[in-house]
Design a protein around this ligand. Structure first.
Ligand code: PNS
Length: 157
């Protein structure tokens, strides 16, 4: 049985995240969507909200589990017996950032990271921009899963 981790802050999940998780689920028997408890900044959505949004955005996709984690990602990889970490990459700056983390995780625990190129449709979409645009009154409906669309409206009205 092959297991992959798809780690992230997911504050909030975007269509780009969902696309990468679906594609990882087609490659591995089990994908553990690992949601970091304490992103560096105060999150817009707390950990329970982020887990619930992810679960509802991926309803019906087989072989996907959701788990909150704190501490080192490689420790979670060890606990779950993960064969690989899967990350989506959108643009060159993502590759630089992700490569450094991938190399550190391999140094720490020998865990490999696989990069999936983002679907170009979502390559400009980030959680940071989704939060900023929606806080300032812009429409991000096309860029996020329906449960996130509704949660943003609720949070900001
Ligand atoms: O969605 P993000 O913010 O790009 O996710 C980053 C994340 C959560 C994958 C990364 O910060 C992480 O792995 N954090 C856990 C702590 C850790 O293991 N740090 C060392 C990484 S080399």
């Amino acid at each position: 049985m092959t297991t992959a981790l798809c780690p992230g802050s997911y504050d909030p999940p975007t269509n780009g995240h969902v696309d990468v998780i679906r594609r990882a689920a087609a490659l591995f028997d089990l994908v553990v969507v690992a949601v970091v408890v304490n992103p560096s900044k105060q999150p817009m959505f707390d950990i329970d909200e982020r887990l619930s949004l992810l679960e509802r955005s991926l309803t019906g996709v087989p072989g996907v589990e959701f788990e909150a984690f704190s501490g080192l990602l490689v420790d979670l990889a060890g606990r779950r017996g993960a064969d690989a970490i899967v990350k989506g990459v959108r643009v060159g700056s993502d590759v630089e950032y992700e490569l450094q983390m991938a190399q550190m995780n391999r140094e720490l625990a020998g865990v490999e990271t696989l990069f999936l190129p983002a679907n170009p449709e979502w390559s400009f979409v980030s959680s940071t921009l989704i939060r900023e645009v929606s806080r300032l009154g812009g429409t991000v409906d096309r860029l996020v899963p329906v449960p996130v669309r509704e949660a943003l409206k609720e949070k900001l009205t």
